[in-house]
Write a protein that binds this ligand. Structure first.
Ligand SMILES: C[S@@+](CC[C@H](N)C(=O)[O-])C[C@H]1O[C@@H](n2cnc3c(N)ncnc32)[C@H](O)[C@@H]1O
Length: 263
């Protein structure tokens, strides 16, 4: 692995500077407050670590797709001394935080700027044993998710696993709308109590406008393109994964776990 540094890949030109995740303020505020913004932030990380324990004990390559400031990757590299980690994200401010956080792992950690829509296997020195992701893939539209799952299948070693701990939508509109409302109240409460950094207020306001005021509107790539667990398990099956299931689920979140056949 290369020493931890930001590799700015050729697709940088297609990365949107105005995208809400691409400001210093958003990256720093999310990094500082993630467990108060996301009601199951630590629990989903714990569930991902639990699944990773099923991997063999030899040298591992674990990729975090949309890994942000590296909070999950830090826990992975701490728990699995036999693993190298590659963190992918499109946001330079998030990657700067990730680089700082993961620097002490030296050559075990690498962070790279890329969009998940692109063929990021150019950054893999060998097939990955696991691809993990948290709160990132729901920003891809239906077609982009399907092609990403297919590419993850291709980039995994035999018996490799994909673990996507992400926002999902319940089947019924009534439940979906009620769960969005509950999350909005959770964030408003934690903002008022000071647990969420004030820099995140504008992002929450826009989130509420798109998801609650405009409930039911067509979502485009980059927005919150929530899909049901059943739909995404279908995508994973079509991509070739032999076992795809939700190994954890609560409200607007699920951990979708899929395994590539051993050979
Ligand atoms: C809510 S943050 C989550 C960060 C991190 N996974 C965590 O759980 O702390 C969403 C992350 O997804 C990244 N992201 C969103 N769309 C992306 C895309 N198309 N390609 C790569 N990264 C993307 C953002 O830059 C941001 O870092």
């Amino acid at each position: 692995m290369q020493t931890s540094h930001i590799t700015v890949s050729l697709e940088t030109a297609s990365i949107m500077p105005t995208y809400r995740w691409n400001t210093d303020l958003a990256a720093r505020a999310y990094d500082a407050s993630a467990e108060h913004i996301h009601p199951h932030y630590v629990e989903i990380q714990d569930q991902i670590l639990l699944q990773l324990r099923k991997l063999p004990t030899g040298p591992l390559l674990i990729v975090d797709a949309g890994g942000g400031s590296g909070r999950l990757m830090e826990r992975i590299l701490d728990h699995f001394p036999n693993a190298d980690g590659l963190l992918l994200d499109q946001s330079e401010p998030y990657l700067a935080l990730a680089e700082e956080r993961l620097n002490h792992f030296g050559s075990r950690a690498c962070v790279t700027q890329t969009r998940l829509q692109n063929p990021w296997n150019q950054h893999l020195l060998r097939p990955a044993n696991a691809i993990v992701s948290m709160s990132a893939i729901h920003h891809l539209d239906q077609n982009e998710k399907q092609s990403l799952y297919a590419r993850c299948y291709d980039y995994l070693a035999p018996a490799g696993i994909l673990l996507n701990g992400d926002e999902i939508r319940p089947e019924s509109d009534t439940q979906y709308s009620a769960e969005l409302q509950l999350w909005s109240e959770h964030m408003t409460h934690n903002l008022k109590s000071g647990q969420i950094a004030p820099g995140f207020k504008a992002i929450i306001d826009k989130w509420r406008h798109r998801n609650i005021d405009q409930f039911g509107a067509i979502r485009k790539s980059g927005e919150d393109c929530h899909e049901t667990v059943a739909t995404q398990l279908d995508y994973l099956g079509i991509a070739g994964f032999s076992r795809a299931e939700a190994t954890w689920q609560n409200s607007l979140w699920a951990l979708m776990t899929a395994q590539k056949p051993a050979g």
